[in-house]
Design a protein around this ligand. Structure first.
Ligand SMILES: Cc1cc2nc3c(=O)[nH]c(=O)nc-3n(C[C@H](O)[C@H](O)[C@H](O)COP(=O)(O)OP(=O)(O)OC[C@H]3O[C@@H](n4cnc5c(N)ncnc54)[C@H](O)[C@@H]3O)c2cc1C
Length: 492
């Protein structure tokens, strides 16, 4: 992603980009669910959506379904879009909170077009009349990340990136400044550069092994540290959403692609053995496994500096936050965007690095808080992992956010940050944190009017979802279906 984007965006400048990569090491091979900003990335690179979807076996994604997170049996969808429409400039959910206290039973979900369309297995792109209920939502993709990497490699090479095969064996640094000057590969080749982007994954070959930048370990807040991943055959209709189901010592993902379903169990090794985690995962597959389960190890946290001297770490080399809200590829994009905005000249002004580090630090912290909310807002009592969160000291930023919410449903807005208020709302309400009050301005609106407007909205959402095509049919219609894909399989 980084090489492709830099090649495209820096075209015309005297910049030469060389990508050093090792086939033998390979890529991490997981990472299939994304956030809506990925569309901007592809658009900025003039990538045609249908071609990309066909090549990567991609499906459309309207949000994430969370099962059993608040209490066993609960379920909610975190949609890529807002709920309802503001009433007299007051967010709609405030009117819903008031009506709820007056006995109204409709779910807030019933006012969200992406949720209702997702529940029905339907999809179409946002658009049409800008005032229509289905005009203003976001969508993302679920794709085969290895194929996406290959797709972008072809794109990057066609855009002038030189790819050098080989394993970095040693790094040569300037003895005075500590700047990295060149890489020596195990095949004897040398790669020299002025700026190095470390995309070497968890190893952090330059940012950590060479520069010893240090890592802030966030395991106390997010203790899951392992995952088992396995693809399986799909059963049932192709749903336009990712699913995350809470388990006794972690959670399980289900990501529907065109040709298979990606599954994984993210867990904390202090509370469950690897064998038991694998057994639980295999016991919950909807169809036969298509490969042997693969284990991954990680420590949640972030590099102390993302940009250190002339090295910028992007991707897993920069840090890792578990994939509960599909944020890693998104953070890669943010890293690339910030790097382009602050692209250095050979002088390397420390203010640029400072600004980059500050912005990316904030991006990581805000994602951390949002992920932590899912664990903290649990009422489960079926495992030590869940009990761990009951008396946990929270980061002040999250403490503040939850307390503002619990009084009158106020969601503190951030100037930067991946997740906007509707996302926080989805998780807070979805996991049973119901505020004591609501925005008093809703009292100015007569109850009859509130009831009538909310009924109209519910009906409009349902009617729009019913008019929306089936997800698999839409994928075929827009030319995004790969030839061999069955798209829907009979229920086994
Ligand atoms: C369990 C799990 C689930 C995930 N799920 C999601 C998800 O649903 N959504 C999401 O957005 N993200 C997810 N991620 C994160 C996502 O997989 C990564 O962000 C993404 O794949 C990018 O990885 P990367 O390029 O940083 O690292 P890698 O894929 O590990 O690539 C590292 C590259 O560096 C090269 N390399 C390493 N060392 C050397 C060396 N010494 N010499 C030469 N080359 C070297 C390798 O060959 C490889 O090409 C998940 C991660 C994990 C662990």
């Amino acid at each position: 992603m980084t090489a492709a984007a830099l090649a495209h965006k820096l075209r015309g400048l005297p910049v030469r980009i060389e990508l050093v990569e090792s086939e033998e090491i390979g890529t991490v091979g997981v990472g299939e669910a994304t956030l809506p900003l990925i569309r901007k990335f592809n658009e900025a690179l003039n990538i045609d959506e249908a071609t990309f979807m066909k090549e990567t076996e991609a499906t459309f994604k309207l949000g994430i379904e969370f099962c059993d997170w608040g209490r066993p049996g609960d379920r909610y969808i975190h949609p890529f879009g807002d709920y309802g429409r503001p009433v007299d400039n007051i967010p709609f959910y405030q009117a819903w909170l008031r009506l709820r206290q007056l006995g109204e039973t409709a779910r807030l979900d019933d006012y969200s077009y992406p949720i209702i369309a997702a529940e029905m297995g339907r999809f179409q792109r946002p658009g049409g009349d800008p005032d229509a209920i289905q005009a203003g939502f976001g969508y993302a993709y679920q794709f085969d990340s290895s194929r996406y990497a290959q797709f972008l490699r072809r794109y990057a090479e066609a855009s002038g990136v030189i790819r050098t095969e080989g394993k970095v064996a040693t790094t040569v640094c300037d003895p005075e400044t500590g700047f990295v000057r060149s890489l020596v590969l195990d095949n004897g080749k040398t790669a020299m550069a002025e700026l190095f982007v470390d995309c070497s994954g968890f190893r952090g070959v330059l940012i950590e092994q060479t520069l010893k930048t240090g890592y802030d370990d966030w395991s106390n807040w997010l203790p899951c540290n392992r995952a088992i991943a396995v693809p399986c055959e799909s059963r049932g209709p192709l749903m336009p959403f990712t699913r995350a189901t809470a388990r006794e010592a972690g959670w399980q993902w289900r990501i529907p692609l065109q040709h298979r379903v990606g599954n994984g169990h993210v867990y904390c090794s202090s509370f469950i053995s690897d064998d038991e985690a694998t057994t639980q995962l295999l016991g919950h597959l909807e169809g036969p496994a298509l490969a042997s389960p693969r284990q991954l190890f990680f420590t949640t946290g972030r590099r102390r500096k993302f940009w250190n001297r002339n090295v910028v770490a992007i991707g897993l080399a920069a840090g890792f936050l578990e994939p509960l809200e599909s944020t890693s590829i998104h953070l890669i994009q943010e890293g690339i965007t910030e790097l382009l905005q602050l692209f250095p000249d050979t002088g390397f002004h420390s203010a640029d690095a400072d600004e980059y580090n500050e912005r990316m630090g904030l991006a990581f912290e805000r994602v951390r808080d949002f992920l932590l909310l899912h664990y903290v807002a649990n009422q489960r009592d079926d495992g030590e992992l869940w009990l761990h969160f009951q008396n946990l000291a929270l980061p002040a930023s999250l403490e503040e956010k939850i307390s503002a919410w619990m009084t009158r449903g106020h969601i503190i807005k951030y100037e930067f940050g991946t997740f906007l208020p509707p996302s926080w709302l989805a998780v807070l309400l979805g996991q049973n944190l119901i505020p004591r009050g609501y925005d008093p301005r809703t009292l100015k609106i007569p109850e009859d009017r509130l009831r009538a407007e909310s009924r109209r909205l519910r009906e409009a959402v349902l009617a729009a979802a019913q008019r929306t095509p089936d997800h698999a049919a839409f994928l075929r219609q827009v030319g995004g279906a790969s030839h061999q894909a069955p798209l829907t399989a009979g229920v086994g």
